[in-house]
Design a protein around this ligand. Structure first.
Ligand code: MFK
Length: 551
């Protein structure tokens, strides 16, 4: 009889996740952890059922219908069955609301992001509009615009699916993707003091939302980013008709295909300025930092899903007379990926802790500046790492990992969005330079030193890696092009070093309090991959190589 390989199976994704469970035990007060554990357990069970069932489900994608049978323009977006259940699950588990509620004080963000991490893959990237909704709520709060706060926040933070709203974040245009200063959308003020937007938005994820925050240039204002204004708009008017919005088409994307990302025209969309009609980038920055945090959490979720599947398969599959997990090279390959994931996990969830502390006023003096630097670091590092782990996961399945209806290739196609969305790796690396500003890396070094103190040792050379980063920064700070050329290397060095300090603290706790040495093993492997990624030759070598390659 022909051999048939059993497919990988997922168990409850909360119960099976040693890394998440140990982290929550350490980071949350016992009462907070106990009060959210029921929800996390349900989300973990739902994640497993969704994956195991998906193997037998037909793939489903959103569909845009622009015209009805009678010739009326309707621009209706039909969404997938999983998306149709998105609002109910969001409200039930407070996927946005939990991060803003006061019940758990400074731990609100960690509670929220543990939920998001467990639910992300099962949601079919419904988390994308949730990220933007969370970002919009955060940016509106920061703006102090009380009318808009009263109008939108009860919807964005609703626990009732009937009143829940989704928000878009409409920044990208054909001319202005990374360089938002090239935005062409015009905001026109009429004689009644009302603003109307005209222009094309090129990547509007989740156009099914009820509102959006968007950038536009007030008519007559000079070019550049500084003169852009941030606007709030609702996508439909009181009668349910589109608010001066035409959906041109849905994007044909490499991945995240369940997510309806649209190109649209604003043709007299009524909008309200969020603040003064200027400094829009500054006003939208709180939204960017929150969506970048979601990006990092969702990248982690992809890594965890890949590893759960790869480990399960390695325990089922036999080759050369033993299970894959018993083959030394395969085991070492998976362990190397797991170690990178565990370090990244500590960094990302530390960012959620800092965010919670800063937002609730419970922060220490350095926390705000540290959060500003660690947010782009977490986003850029996890975006790249998720792609690498997803790619290795395909390989860990051999030919089966290249077959669509195993579900494995989709993990890779979807992962490729993380380093692109919300700022590419290079944009984020330059943002790290912006965030380091005048203070350099002293705040990062101080915080890492405190963590190593708690860990009781610096066996893996975190301090010397951070010293190397400081020396590199000093050596290159006078020459802007050299600084920018090496910005990725600097960012990765800071991310890896800080993550190693966090993992060292966690590993010491796990061994001391639980007798669990897994995290120590992860730390040893992670540190052996090296913490330093600095590249002093980046600028000259790149110039020489690309000059030689010029046509
Ligand atoms: C499932 C996962 C969920 C993920 C959700 C996905 C949603 C997808 C929707 C999108 O993808 S929307 C498109 C995302 N686009 C970007 O992320 C744009 C990428 N470009 C940048 O990030 C640029 O750095 C940026 C446009 C923000 C700024 O470039 P500029 O024009 O050179 O700005 P400049 O002059 O350096 O900064 C303007 C002000 O903003 C400064 O403040 P001041 O006016 O007070 O001096 C900056 O300090 C401030 N600023 C910039 N970035 C900041 C920031 N402040 C705080 N945090 C930041 N990150």
């Amino acid at each position: 009889m022909d051999f048939v390989q059993t497919a990988p199976v997922l168990g409850n994704q909360y119960r099976d996740d040693r890394v998440l469970r140990a982290y929550l035990e350490r980071a949350l007060p016992r009462a907070v952890h106990a009060s959210i554990e029921g929800d996390l357990d349900e989300l973990g069970a739902h994640a497993a059922v969704a994956w195991n069932e998906a193997r037998t489900r037909m793939p489903s994608e959103p569909v845009l219908t622009q015209w009805d049978a009678w010739g009326a323009r309707i621009d209706h977006v039909g969404i997938t069955p999983v998306w149709q259940r998105g609002a109910a699950l969001t409200a039930r588990y407070g996927l946005v609301a939990a991060g803003h509620e006061t019940t758990h004080g400074a731990h609100a963000r960690t509670d929220q992001f543990a939920r998001v991490y467990l639910h992300h893959i099962a949601s079919e990237f419904y988390t994308c509009p949730l990220a933007m909704s969370d970002g919009a709520a955060t940016a509106l709060k920061a703006s102090g615009n009380s009318a808009l706060i009263e109008r939108a926040l009860p919807h964005l933070l609703s626990r009732d699916p009937a009143t829940l709203w989704l928000s878009g974040q409409w920044m990208t245009e054909t001319a202005g993707g990374s360089d938002v200063g090239d935005t062409e959308t015009i905001a026109r003020l009429d004689g009644d003091g009302r603003w109307w937007l005209y222009g094309r938005k090129w990547f509007t994820s989740a156009v099914v939302g009820e509102m959006a925050l968007t950038l536009a240039r007030p008519e007559g204002a000079p070019g550049g980013a500084d003169s852009l204004a941030l606007f709030y708009l609702e996508t439909r008017d009181a009668t349910g008709r589109w608010n001066g919005i035409r959906i041109d088409r849905l994007k044909d994307k490499l991945g995240t295909r369940e997510l309806p990302t649209a190109e649209l025209h604003l043709d007299g969309a009524y909008a309200e300025p969020v603040g003064e009609a200027v400094h829009g980038v500054r006003l939208i920055a709180p939204m960017l930092n929150v969506t970048r945090t979601w990006n990092a959490v969702c990248a982690l979720a992809t890594m965890r899903r890949c590893l759960a599947l790869a480990f399960d398969y390695a325990r089922r599959r036999h080759a050369f007379g033993r299970r894959l997990i018993e083959q030394p090279l395969h085991r070492a390959t998976l362990a190397a990926l797991q170690a990178e994931f565990e370090a990244a996990f500590q960094l990302v969830f530390f960012v959620t802790e800092l965010l919670g502390r800063v937002e609730t006023g419970a922060s220490a003096s350095d926390d705000k500046a540290l959060l500003r630097v660690l947010t782009p670091l977490a986003k850029l590092w996890t975006g790249k790492l998720a792609v690498r782990i997803a790619s290795e996961t395909c390989e860990a399945f051999g030919g089966a990992g290249y077959i669509e209806n195993t579900g494995i290739p989709q993990l890779l196609r979807d992962a490729q969005v993380y380093p692109i969305w919300e700022g590419t790796t290079n944009v984020l690396a330059l943002d790290v330079l912006r965030a380091l500003g005048a203070n350099g890396i002293d705040g990062v070094t101080r915080a890492a030193g405190a963590l190593l103190g708690e860990a009781g040792s610096d066996r893996h050379g975190v301090r010397s890696a951070l010293d190397a980063a400081r020396n590199w920064l000093v050596a290159h700070s006078a020459h802007r092009d050299a600084l920018e050329s090496g910005a990725r290397g600097l960012a990765l060095t800071l991310a890896r070093s800080f993550a190693a300090a966090l993992l060292a603290r966690h590993a010491a706790w796990a061994e001391r309090e639980r007798g669990d040495t897994h995290a120590q093993a992860a730390l040893a492997i992670f540190a052996a991959h090296g913490l330093v990624r600095l590249d002093s030759s980046a600028m000259d070598a790149a110039a020489a190589l690309t000059d030689n390659c010029a046509p």
